[in-house]
Design a protein around this ligand. Structure first.
Ligand code: ADP
Length: 389
């Protein structure tokens, strides 16, 4: 059977009429994203905040309509709500939210707990943010490899990909074709799993190259709900791949998510390091400990002759770390294997754990974990013991 097309899905969604306005979901501009992969359809309906409760019925009808399209194997409709005047939302998280299909209607605005400080994530013991001052420095690659390195150390690990500008965890963990499912009573989404770690990513809902719906004010609410409405189970370390940069979105996330600490990824170039400084200042502003800076694409070893080349201004991150009174966690070489293995869904830490590159990530993970343990010791809470295989 030929692949279901987006047009067919839109056609089905046009049959769902909003009785208030008499228009259909598509003509009213409420369908903001449609994704079709091998017969599995995901779509997003974005509605005004004040009408979100009525829209659960629309979502269900929309799912049914799409389900009737020949060739459709599964349908996930996601309801997102925005404030009636989205441009006024700013970074205030409780004005915006996203409710995954089947998630409970809690009576008040679903993001309303956002008004009361940090998100409650009781089954997650430690959350570590991986940040960068700008995109393209290898933050996501580092986050995925660190998460896998933590897992290799015997910890229960989750990776939360909050990089709305380019969610890459599904690709890096070989979960591109995986499909989200709800738990038995349909109150929470189940994280997807591969290589022994759990993963949730905005990329499971929108394609990696088209995160169109996550405009400014919606981002925080959407990310919070994705984090909260997931049945994570017991997790020792949740690695959060933050969106690159140090803007309001990142700042609000750092305020809302109970972070144990953060690591900053930077390339050696000065410009990126300037951005790294901004990252450091952001975490200091919100009183999140910075565990240290990682220098990525630090040097290059010629695979033919073994010659080491410091293509950029090598050592910049270490110097900056010293200047800023923050730890230098280690350096990762620029190597095609790191890129290829991440692109192919089995990052180097799993693909070739004894390689020097994997060891570099593993050593950084150990250094970070030492810091987590110290924090717990200071607060007299027990961190899980490491079991080194
Ligand atoms: P960011 O999350 O900072 O935008 P990514 O992790 O997506 O960056 O990396 C950007 C690109 O650089 C990807 O193609 C990735 O495979 C590649 N890359 C990252 N780190 C390395 C490295 N150490 N060596 C080679 N390629 C790398």
């Amino acid at each position: 059977m030929s692949e279901v097309t987006k047009d067919q899905v839109l056609e089905a969604l046009r049959t769902v009429i909003d009785s208030d306005s008499g228009g259909d979901l598509v003509s009213l501009g409420w369908v903001t994203s449609v994704q079709v992969k091998n017969g599995h359809v995901t779509f997003v309906i974005e509605v005004p905040q004040q009408r979100v409760h009525e829209f659960e019925a629309h979502r269900k009808r929309a799912e049914e309509a799409v389900n009737d399209v020949p060739g459709v194997l599964s349908v996930t409709g996601i309801l997102t709500a925005h404030n009636a005047a989205p441009h006024q939302c700013g970074t205030n998280p409780h004005q915006c939210n996203t409710r995954p299909a089947g998630a409970p209607d809690e009576g008040g605005p679903p993001g309303s707990e956002a008004m009361h400080g940090k998100l409650a994530l009781p089954t997650i013991k430690n959350i570590i943010a991986v940040a960068s001052g700008k995109g393209g420095v290898g933050k996501s690659t580092t986050a995925a490899n660190l998460a896998l390195a933590f897992s290799g150390l015997g910890l229960k690990v989750g990776l939360f990909d909050a990089d709305i500008y380019g969610p890459s965890a599904p690709r890096m963990l070989g979960l591109r074709d995986a499909r989200l499912e709800s738990n038995a009573d349909e109150t929470k989404l189940l994280p997807l799993e591969n290589h022994g770690i759990k993963c949730m990513s905005i990329g499971f809902m929108v394609p990696e190259d088209a995160p169109v719906i996550w405009r400014g004010p919606m981002v925080i609410g959407a990310l919070e709900q994705l984090l909260r409405d997931v049945e994570w189970g017991e997790i020792d370390v949740l690695v959060v791949d933050l969106p690159p940069g140090t803007g309001d979105t990142q700042l609000t996330m750092c305020q809302r998510v109970p972070l144990a600490g953060a690591v900053i990824v930077s390339t050696p170039q000065d410009i990126a390091l300037l951005d790294a400084r901004k990252g450091l200042n952001m975490f200091r502003k919100v009183e999140v400990p910075v565990f240290g800076i990682i220098e990525n694409m630090s040097y290059y070893i010629c695979p033919k002759c073994g010659h080491r080349d410091e293509i950029f201004a090598y050592g910049g991150a270490q110097k900056t770390a010293e200047e800023l009174n923050c730890d230098f966690l280690g350096e990762i070489p620029l190597d095609i294997k790191i890129r290829e293995t991440a692109d192919n869904g089995t990052p180097i830490v799993v693909f070739d754990p004894s390689s020097p590159h994997a060891q570099a990530y593993i050593n950084i993970a150990k250094a970070v974990w030492d810091k987590v343990v110290k924090i717990h010791a200071a607060g007299s809470r027990q961190a899980p013991r490491l079991v080194v295989h």
